[in-house]
Design a protein around this ligand. Structure first.
Ligand code: FAD
Length: 472
């Protein structure tokens, strides 16, 4: 059966000859380790994992998949909540061994291979006092994060990760490699800035980097009972704060980590995680002003720190191998009713480390028109994720029902769609709600670059039918 899936022996031999990396099939001793992804809820069995070393390997793997008619999934950092890096019975093109990074400090640019994590990019750029705007957890893959949009601590100042993408090398479904930029294959460049892994395998990204070194940052946490006061203040303060100021509200239990006082471990709290990326003296002064405006926090860890220290601060609390179930939505306001829902579900957070984060996506990100890239929610102020997280498989049901009910109550106050990187497999309607007015154009571009939907293990954009394509 497996041999039939993998095609004729000569087709597999051709791949073996052309391929420099490791080919891992179900009989390989490393198969079960290599098919693990970050979310331990995911248990998929690819027919073959092609661990690529370079772009030539990616081209060989795509050509092989086409020749034997195997659907393809693409693995960057393996961090996707829905586990879309893996497919059952198909070919997983695994980029996680492609780790090249070259910083060009003179032009403030950095070229990054498709398998790098955000933490690896931070490490490389920090040596030059630079950073690429990306997410909030270091072991997230830069590939999936970028292709979905990418938001984090620097978003208000310099935009989404895609707003800092200069060009990408993409291996298309026909096995050809092209460059996507404003100048070359501009339609493809538009689509990969938010459209996920639908259009090809990105082997290399070229990013713009910015001068960031020490930030004034960290969490402030208040007792759950103060949620209303904190969030009422926050919704007025944050939108008018300078773009150098960023703070995301969170509902959580105080994590059982040594740097939090033991007497508070497990206590439900409302928090704001701050990052001021301007001059340190200004950040210290503004944080003192914030402290004067708010009730005294239960825990206040805000201070100057190297940017990569902030970026990796939460990694130890959420190692790979936990159960994850998450739901998202975009919001442009934070009404009293929504705040009351946050407080209510904050009181019953399951599994110790489940959480809700309300990530700002305003400032520079919102000064880009909605149709300038595939990422459509430019008017949103926040991208919310409700993350049910549990260490044990036995807790999967509990985190799923908490996240689902929390989301159902909040959804009516949302803009209607979610960040594509904060979705489980939720069906075509939800994917359309993510892209709204950009969806049809994405379908046309999909029909041009991947008409057979070879790359379908993603938040899938169905290729436009021939007739519909001809109309565009
Ligand atoms: P993978 O699981 O490897 O791949 C996911 C999908 O991305 C694949 O199916 C494929 O379609 C596509 N893909 C990945 N690499 C490539 C490539 N090189 N070429 C083509 N397609 C590719 N997102 C944010 O924006 N900001 C955050 O702060 C943030 N924080 C997070 C924190 C945690 C703990 C987690 C688990 C996720 C977080 N995310 C955040 C979401 C994150 O962006 C997504 O999970 C993203 O999919 C991870 O990328 P990856 O490369 O690790 O994904």
């Amino acid at each position: 059966m497996a041999e039939q899936t993998l095609g004729k022996p000569e087709e597999l031999s051709r791949l073996r000859v052309a391929f420099r990396g490791e080919l891992i099939d179900p009989g390989h001793p490393a198969y079960d380790t290599e098919r693990r992804v970050y979310n331990a809820m995911i248990d998929r069995r690819p027919a073959l994992i092609a661990q690529c070393r370079d772009a030539a390997d990616v081209i060989a793997a795509v050509q092989y998949a086409r020749s034997v008619d195997l659907p393809v999934s693409i693995r960057g950092g393996g961090h996707n909540g829905a586990g879309l890096a893996l497919c059952d019975g198909g070919l997983t093109i695994d980029l996680s061994r492609m780790k090249g990074i070259r910083v060009d400090p003179w032009n403030r640019q950095v070229r990054v291979d498709g398998g790098c994590t955000q933490g690896e990019v931070d490490h490389a750029t920090h040596a030059f006092g630079l950073a690429v705007p990306a997410g909030t957890v270091a072991n997230t893959g830069i590939g999936g994060l970028t292709l979905g949009g990418g938001h984090g601590y620097l978003v208000r100042r310099w935009g989404l990760t895609i707003d800092n993408l200069i060009e990408a090398d993409v291996v298309l479904a026909n096995g050809e490699m092209v460059r996507a930029s404003e100048q070359e294959n501009a339609d493809l460049f538009w689509a990969i800035r938010g459209g996920g892994g639908n259009f090809g395998v990105v082997t290399s990204f070229l990013f713009r980097a910015h001068p960031v070194s020490t930030v004034v940052a960290g969490p402030m946490l208040w007792p759950l009972e103060q949620t209303t006061d904190i969030l009422h203040w926050y919704r007025e303060y944050h939108p008018s704060a300078p773009d150098t100021m960023y703070g995301f509200p969170a509902m959580l239990r105080v994590p059982p980590a040594p740097f939090f006082p033991t007497e508070h471990h497990g206590r439900p709290v409302c928090g704001i995680v701050w990052c001021y990326s301007g001059a340190v003296e200004d950040g210290m002064r503004l944080m003192d002003e914030i402290r004067r405006m708010l009730p005294k926090p239960l825990i206040d860890m805000v201070g100057p720190m190297p940017f990569p220290a902030l970026q990796s601060m939460f990694d130890p609390l959420i190692p790979p191998g936990l159960q994850w179930y998450w739901k998202g939505d975009f919001f442009d306001h934070l009404p009293d009713e929504a705040i009351a829902i946050h407080q209510r579900f904050g009181a019953i957070i399951p599994g110790g480390i489940s959480t809700m984060h309300l990530y700002p996506v305003d400032g520079a990100a919102s000064r880009v028109p909605s149709n300038a890239t595939a990422f459509s929610y430019r008017e949103a102020r926040w991208s919310m994720v409700i993350a049910g997280i549990h260490p044990e498989p036995s807790g999967a049901g509990e985190i799923r029902s908490w996240a689902q009910s929390y989301w159902e109550e909040l959804h009516p106050y949302s803009l209607g769609g979610a960040y594509v990187n904060f979705m489980m497999e939720e069906g075509t309607e939800r994917v359309q709600a993510t892209y709204r007015g950009n969806y049809e154009r994405l379908q046309s571009i999909k029909a041009k670059y991947d008409p057979g939907n070879l790359f379908r293990f993603n938040q899938n954009i169905a290729p436009a039918t021939q007739a519909a394509t001809a109309e565009h």
